[in-house]
Every structure is written in C-alpha cells, then in structure tokens.
Design a protein around this ligand. Structure first.
Ligand code: C2E
Ligand code: MG
Ligand code: MG
Length: 574
C-alpha cells in the first residue's frame, strides 16, 4: 500500500490554507471577460444610435459599460484566484496591446487610445490589489497557522485535529482517534517546575512528530496536543485492526525511552483510549466522546502504559459516574423531588398515592428513576433519596389532611439497603411524629426480588414496621421467583402485580388466568391486591371481573406534582 504524504507540517499547512473559489467560477469569469472585451471592441466602432424613451443613445457609448464589466471580471479573478488570477488577467490585457498599438500607430485609428490608457491603468490597479492582498492573505495565513498550532509543542492543536477529522469524514475515509494521557505528568510539574514540564512535553511532541513524519508505521498518523498532558493521535489508512494496535505500540515505545532534561532522567508512560470511525460512530463528536471514555476507563485500572478500544459498556460506566455526580449534587442542593401517582379502588374511589422520586438533569429534562435508582442503590445513595421522598410525602399528607380532612394512604418505595440501616425505624418515627401522621397511613413498598434475596435479614425489620402500624406492600410481584411459603411467611398487606402481567392480560386467556390466580392466592393469604401499570378501560374491566382490589395506572392517573395531587384529594367529598 502506498502511503499518502503524511508530513504533519504539510497537513497543518493545508488545513490552515484559505479555501479557494471553485474552478467553475474561474472559467465563468474568463468567459465573461472575453465576451465583454469582444463587445467593447464591437460597440466602440459601431455607428448609429438606438432610441430609449425619447432619447437617442449612440451605440458606441455602450463600449464604456462593457469595458467596465470586463474590468470587474478582472478584479474578481485577481481577488478570488490570487496568483493564477493575476497572471491570467495580465496576460489577457497585455495580449490586446499589439492590436491597439497597431490600430493607433499603423492605422491611425485614435478610437483605441482611451482603451490603451485604461488597460495600462487597470494593470496598475490589479498589481496594487494583488500585491497588497497577498500581504493580507499571508497575514491571515499566519494567524490561521497560529490558531491551529499548539504554542508550547508546535504540534497541531485540537482545532487542527478537528479540521483533519472533518476532512477525513468528508472523504469517507475510516480513521481511528486515540486519546492519550501521560501518566503522573503532574508530579513532574509539581516537583521540577513548569519549565521542565514544558520541556518534557516538547520532547514527547518531537518524538511523536518525528515518528509520524518518518512513515515507519504501517499507517498514516497525525499527532496533536489537546491540552495539558493530553494528546491525540489520528490513525488512517490502516489495513487491519492489528495495524492500529501496532501503530499505538510504536508511539508508546517512542514515549517510554528515557527523556533527559538538565541532567535529570524521566521515564514516562501513558494511557491510550481509542475509537474507530465509522465503525463505532459516524459522528465526530461521538468519536471524541468514545475515545475519551475508553481513556478514562483504562486510566482507572492500575499503572503503566495501557491501551483500550471503546466498547459501549465503557459508556455505561461513564454515564453511571455522571448520574452519580448528579444524584450527589441534587441531594446536597435539595433538588430531589417527588411525584404522586394515585391508587384507586376498583370502583374508582381514591385510596391514596405512591410517592415516586424525581430528579432533573442540568438541562431541565427528567432523569428516569429507572436510570438513577439502580445507580443510587449501587453507590449507597438510595437511602438518602428514600428518606427525602419519605419526608416530602409525609409533609404532603400532613398538609392535605389539614386542608381537606381526608386521610388518604401514602405508599413509599424503600430499598433494602435503606430498610436494613440501624436507624431506619427511628428516622421514620421522627418524621411521622414531627408531622403528626399516623403510621397506619403509610405503606412501605419492598420489591419482590429484594424480599427474596434478603428475606432472612429483612423479616425482623418488616416485623418492626408492622409493629409500628405501617403497612407493607410487595412491589413488582411476579418478576421474582418467590415461593408460596415465602409469601405465606412474609407479613405483608398488599401484593402489587407487575405491569408486565397486566400488559399480557388482554393478549391471551392464559395470561388473564395467570393474573386471576395471583389475585386468588393473594386473597387466600389475606392480602389485598393492586394492579400496576393499568393503561386501558378493557384492562380495568378484566381486573374488576377477576376480583382485583385496587388499580394504579395511567388509565386513571399518571404520576403528578403534589399540588395537583392535593387538588385531587380536595375534590373528594367526605
Ligand atoms: P415502581 O415502584 O414499580 O413504580 C411504578 C412505576 O411504574 C413508576 O415509574 C410509574 O410511573 C410507572 N407506571 C405507573 N403506571 C403506569 C402505566 O400505566 N404505564 C406505564 N408505562 N408506567 C406506569 P417510575 O416513577 O419511573 O419509577 C420507576 C421505579 O423506580 C419504581 O417502580 C421504583 O422501583 C423506583 N423508585 C421510584 N421512586 C423511588 C424512591 O423514592 N425510592 C426507591 N427506592 N425507588 C424508587
Ligand atoms: Mg413502587
Ligand atoms: Mg412496581
């Protein structure tokens, strides 16, 4: 495979060049100039005149208009096509000279005299334009070069890298973007000072630039400095994935050779994270994001040089970290809030609400609890969320009780982590006492799968909850594998049938029978049964027929802000 000329300086120069106007504009301007020159010559010798309105205009007076048009074409050529435009324009004007001189001096036709003068003047004008414009362009060029060059290392910067990637994308060429981060570079800066740090960066840059320019790898490479100790490597024209790793390895080896500055030796290592265009994504922003994500992932594990390609689960870790940060900031700035979803009995009388945690993203959009609750569980933040929602929900109960004198129920979700904390019961008691809410109005929802995993430990705590007078619901029932004996021993009050079963119910008779069976078992065990995620009137009808006690679902009410829920309670006649 023949490699494209990949000299970094040349690539940088090309990237920093002002883009020329298209060739078609050049042809059009030359053609226009030729036509206007011909028309100038023709009209200048034409006798007679034409009538415009009640005025007679002589034909030869149009010669001035055409010659002006011609000069405009010449000026455009010089400005748009610089050197080439200037040479072509000069040639076109000078070529007319012999004919004009012949006309004036041999044929004695003095009509060509003004043409000769204006040609000399336009030559002067375009020469001034060309040479001055060239200065401006050179100046612009140097500004553009500075804008794409990193000041310390002289390498292309992130902007230049971006231009290159856009160029490769436009040409449909696959490439690899490698994000590189030097390990422990900060300690060189801290212990030896920033001047030494800069010299180390320069040396790294020199080695990598030489390597890229030497064409000794199997690929075409481009190195840029991002910021601080972060670099970017763009690898293109690779024949196999092996070639990519070999190239990265060559850069790693070049870096790891001893660097000596002011008689001190430094041994550097780096981490490399990369992603492939268009295989991983055909959007450049994503390619940046993905290679950075791979880099962060690889940096998390151990020391020394390591290389990693982007994989989607890397992004999950990144996303998890991002969500964890958001949860922490929402908790510390009191931005966790709640919505309330109404629960009704089968005759559509309000039973109460389920309190559901809510959190907003920085842009104001909602982050689903399905995304942030599992992360909060993993990171141990869920008990703080649970507690916050509990406080808000009890505060709500106190407010509506005072305003409406209706004693609706409140179901709250509790994670097993929270449930098992030593101060769980105490914390809850305090909140209830503060707001003067009776525990009988609180229902603690515990998901079935959690109940199975931690049944032994949880049982004692659940007994304490029951002893206080609170109710216990088994949430998402049917998704775990609880045995009848578990259910029998578990001191719960309510079974919440998971939405998945309700969805299936109208599709087949057996699914309907299955839900009917769960309801029967619940009733045999003296439990009430609520169906979750009920979305249609048909489902309500079926549930009514098979003896379901309560309904929670979009059909009768979506989760709503507390103000709306308060109005709903207020609308009930006592
Ligand atoms: P969950 O406890 O089973 O809550 C019911 C979920 O189903 C809610 O989702 C609710 O909006 C949704 N839902 C209810 N009716 C319908 C319906 O008709 N159609 C559809 N498509 N969805 C319906 P949400 O609010 O997204 O909550 C998801 C899960 O997050 C909850 O499931 C619960 O497990 C957890 N969660 C929410 N808030 C908290 C909290 O404060 N603490 C803890 N530990 N977990 C919470
Ligand atoms: Mg729930
Ligand atoms: Mg549920």
């Amino acid at each position: 495979m023949v490699k494209r000329n990949s000299n970094i300086d040349k690539t940088l120069k090309n990237l920093s060049l002002n883009k020329e106007a298209p060739k078609s504009a050049f042809i059009l301007l030359v053609l226009l100039y030729t036509i206007t020159s011909f028309l100038t010559t023709r009209t200048s010798v034409m006798q007679g005149s034409m009538a415009i309105g009640d005025q007679m205009i002589r034909y030869n007076s149009f010669a001035g208009v055409f010659s002006m048009l011609g000069y405009i074409c010449i000026i455009c050529l010089v400005m748009l096509f610089r050197r080439v435009g200037y040479i072509v324009s000069m040639a076109a004007i000078i070529l007319q000279f012999p004919l004009m001189i012949f006309n004036i001096f041999v044929r004695g036709n003095l009509h060509s005299l003004p043409g000769l003068f204006s040609s000399v003047l336009i030559i002067g004008a375009i020469s001034i334009i060309h040479f001055n414009y060239k200065k401006v362009l050179n100046y612009q060029q140097s500004i553009r070069e500075q804008a794409v060059t990193d000041r310390i290392t002289g390498l292309p910067n992130r902007f230049a890298c971006n231009e290159l990637l856009t160029d490769l994308q436009r040409r449909g060429e696959p490439f690899v973007l490698v994000s590189v981060d030097l390990n422990d570079f900060k300690s060189i800066n801290d212990t030896m000072g920033h001047d030494t740090g800069d010299q180390v960066l320069k040396e790294v840059a020199r080695r990598w630039k030489d390597l890229a320019n030497s064409l000794s790898t199997e690929t075409v490479d481009f190195v840029a400095r991002n910021s601080g100790d972060e670099f970017m490597l763009v690898i293109s024209e690779f024949e196999s994935k092996d070639a990519i790793e070999k190239t990265i390895d060559a850069y790693r080896a070049a870096l790891e050779k001893k660097i000596t500055i002011d008689d001190c030796d430094y041994y550097l290592t780096a981490c490399f994270g990369y992603s492939l265009f268009p295989e991983d994504s055909d959007v450049i922003e994503n390619i940046y994001l993905f290679s950075d994500a791979a880099l962060h992932e690889v940096k998390k594990t151990g020391s020394g040089s390591r290389v990693m390609r982007f994989a989607p689960d890397v992004l999950n870790t990144e996303r998890s970290l991002e969500i964890e940060r958001k949860i922490r900031s929402a908790l510390s700035s009191d931005k966790i809030f709640f919505h309330l979803q109404p629960q009704y009995d089968i005759n559509h009388n309000l039973r109460g609400f389920e309190a559901l945690a809510r959190m907003k993203d920085d842009d104001g959009s909602m982050i689903s609890p399905a995304d942030f609750i599992p992360i909060a569980e993993k990171t141990g933040l869920v008990d703080r969320i649970d507690m916050r929602v509990f406080e808000l929900a009890v505060e709500f109960l106190a407010k509506v009780s005072k305003e409406t004198e209706n004693d609706v129920m409140m179901s709250v979700n509790v994670s097993v982590r929270h449930l098992m904390k030593n101060n769980f019961i105490n914390d809850i008691k305090q909140v209830l006492k503060y707001h003067e809410i009776s525990p009988e109005r609180i229902e603690i929802e515990i998901t079935e799968s959690i109940m199975i995993d931690s049944a032994e430990k949880a049982l004692q705590r659940i007994n304490e909850i029951k002893a206080m007078g609170m109710k216990v619901a088994i949430d998402d029932f049917g998704t775990g594998y609880s045995s009848l004996s578990y259910l029998n021993n578990f001191p719960s009050d309510l079974l919440k049938i998971d939405k998945a079963f309700i969805d299936q119910m109208s599709l087949s008779e057996s699914s309907k029978q299955y839900v009917a069976m769960i309801i029967s078992i619940g009733h045999i065990l003296h439990l009430k049964v609520i169906s979750e995620g009920v979305e249609s009137a048909d489902q309500v009808d079926i549930l009514k027929n098979i003896g379901c006690d309560y309904i929670q679902g979009f059909v009768w009410g979506k989760p709503m802000p507390p103000e709306e829920a308060g109005k709903l309670v207020g609308s009930i006649k006592k």
